[in-house]
Design a protein around this ligand. Sequence first.
Ligand code: T3D
Length: 261
Amino acid sequence: MTSPVLYHASEGVATITLNRPEVLNALNAELLSELRAAVERAAQDDAVRAAVLTGAGRGFSSGADLAARQTGNGGLSDSGTLLRERYHPIILALRAMPKPVITAVNGVAAGAGMSFALAGDVVLAARSATFLQAFSKIGLVPDAGSTYFVPRYAGEMRARALAILAEKLDAEEAQRIGLVWKVHADDALMSEAGKLAHHLATMPTAAYGMIKEALNATFDNDLPAQLEVEATLQSKACRSEDFREGVAAFVEKRKPQFRGR
Ligand code: T3D
């Protein structure tokens, strides 16, 4: 049987591919379990310094597998339990991963598939990709982080309209409203994502991890608290090997050789 998630690590970059193309990478129990393992593996492997999450075929992910929903869903019928047990650990692990995560949205990202797309640190999209808060079409509410990411990136008005109207957004509109960092031609998306990931894998990984930590905390804090988060992290960063190398390379007018620590 083909694996529903492919994992490939090379030259500091882990590429994780959702691999149920016949259903646009709909999320069933096996895929979610393997995706969680893949994300944890990328997080724990020190040789991996950047990760790319993408989908096989013409979709990124069509969200929860609705056929599985009808056939028992691996023993879980309550959506809340399903989300807590299978989705939340993945979203949280992507956000906490102490290295950059690029989501390369190659096609439709619907429902929780859109939430996974937005959980990336840098969201790239193919020109033909689309984004859909599909939940209300089937009588559900946005989940897996959509009510967290969409209002923060695109603003509350857009989050409300997107969730209630469930209108498909094309990649350029998604970029215009702040849900996507860059749009690439369809046939260039994976090479651009790979190029960026390989570049990031040569950069100060530990600092990237701390940048994520600071930004993960920002909307829970007032200004004094966030200044303190920055100062605490900067104390760590200024003791890193990469900071010493960065300063030395600047003074010596040469390219820094960061080791990620
Ligand atoms: O309880 C819980 O599970 C809680 C968690 C909820 C999280 C959620 O994500 S809820 C939202 C679930 N997702 C959706 O509602 C989206 C359903 N899919 C669609 O609306 C459309 O498929 C798309 C807009 C994503 C794409 O449309 P299109 O026209 O490009 O493709 P298609 O023809 O609809 O789909 C292609 C195939 O994939 C098709 O199978 P077939 O006919 O070729 O055998 C279709 O049935 C299958 N497919 C698409 N989405 C899903 C799916 N199969 C299972 N689950 C899906 N979500």
